[in-house]
Design a protein around this ligand. Structure first.
Ligand code: SIN
Length: 323
């Protein structure tokens, strides 16, 4: 269950004053290392969201509420936490006095959480995920600036939808991917480009804020232990059908194949995918290429994931199976 931690500015706030709610979930942004020069040998998810806010003096004048929803390294993200997070975000967005929600998150599964929230909630208000590539103890930590920018994004006039604010850019949940394992500007939207640049706390809009239809919370209200298994397999030289048959044997309900090039699949892997598809397993075919999607759909081809990356196609299939 979420632990509510209210910042001091909350206590001074008139009850109807517009505010931003910051939900903490852990990640490197809340990480600490033994020495300031250590940017990789750190423990993620150590500092409370209130501590992260306190490290940004410029936020002291902004009406904020903080809530610690979880404290994890995001590689361990679970369906139970996704369900809880979606519920907490929906709860706060429904409050008239809340202008937007910021979520501090680990970078490793950030694009998955963003896409999940985008499809489930498609909010009219902004939900801004942010993170850091360096721990809070680093010589030049990126977390405080990212957190400041995320709050400015949540307060920006006209802001809406689930977006990611990192390294001076605002990206849409549907497009953003972590593309670098180490650099501070690890995220981008590829060919789609960012929604905005954040410069000195102000947004320079480059394209429209996201719109979309929400699937709603009902589909994700069931016990997460009962959510269907959806697996991911990659096509590659020397691929065969063994993994796919093993997945089907253990009860998977859906498989995303990250194909080569324009979503092409090794013939032995494809034969197994068609075999399990005939048994009722849902298949989606994405591309393992970092840019572009699966273009066109030849007659009889396995269903295309379009422009969705393999991990986002997996969430799409999961949500389809849940609805
Ligand atoms: C995590 O994803 O929680 C750890 C890595 C990071 O935040 O960069």
């Amino acid at each position: 269950h979420p632990v509510a931690v209210f910042s001091s500015s909350f206590h001074k706030m008139p009850s109807n004053q517009a505010r931003v709610v910051i939900l903490g979930t852990g990640g490197t942004i809340a990480g600490t290392a033994a020495t300031a020069a250590d940017g990789v040998g750190y423990d993620a998810a150590q500092l409370s969201v209130q501590t992260l806010v306190a490290a940004v003096p410029a936020l002291s004048e902004v009406p904020l509420e903080c809530e610690q929803v979880a404290q994890i390294d995001s590689r361990h993200m679970s369906y139970a936490l996704w369900q809880l997070l979606a519920q907490r975000v929906a709860h706060h967005l429904a409050r008239a006095e809340v202008a937007g929600v910021v979520i501090t998150h680990g970078t490793d599964t950030l694009e998955e959480t963003a896409y999940f929230l985008h499809r489930v909630l498609a909010p009219n208000k902004p939900v801004v995920l942010t993170a850091a590539m360096r721990p809070a103890t680093a010589l030049l930590a990126d977390g405080p600036q990212n957190l400041f920018d995320a709050v400015q994004t949540a307060l920006a006039p006209g802001a809406r939808g689930v977006v990611v604010a990192m390294a001076g850019a605002v990206d849409h949940a549907a497009d953003v991917r972590k593309r670098h394992s180490y650099r501070v500007d690890a995220f981008d939207s590829g060919e789609a480009g960012p929604i905005a640049c954040i410069e000195e706390g102000r947004l320079r809009l480059l394209r429209d804020w996201p719109h979309g239809a929400a699937l709603g919370l009902d589909g994700v209200a069931h016990d997460p232990a009962t959510w269907p298994r959806v697996d991911l397999v990659t096509s590659h030289a020397g691929a065969d059908g063994a993994m796919v048959r093993a997945m089907a044997a253990t009860g998977t309900r859906g498989i995303v194949v990250a194909g080569t090039g324009n979503g092409t699949v090794h013939q032995d892997l494809e034969a197994a995918l068609r075999e399990v598809q005939a048994q009722g397993v849902r298949i989606l075919r994405a591309t393992r290429c970092a840019e572009g999607g699966v273009v066109g759909e030849a007659a009889g081809a396995l269903p295309s994931a379009g422009t969705l990356s393999p991990v986002k196609a997996r969430i799409e299939l999961l949500l389809e199976l849940l609805s």
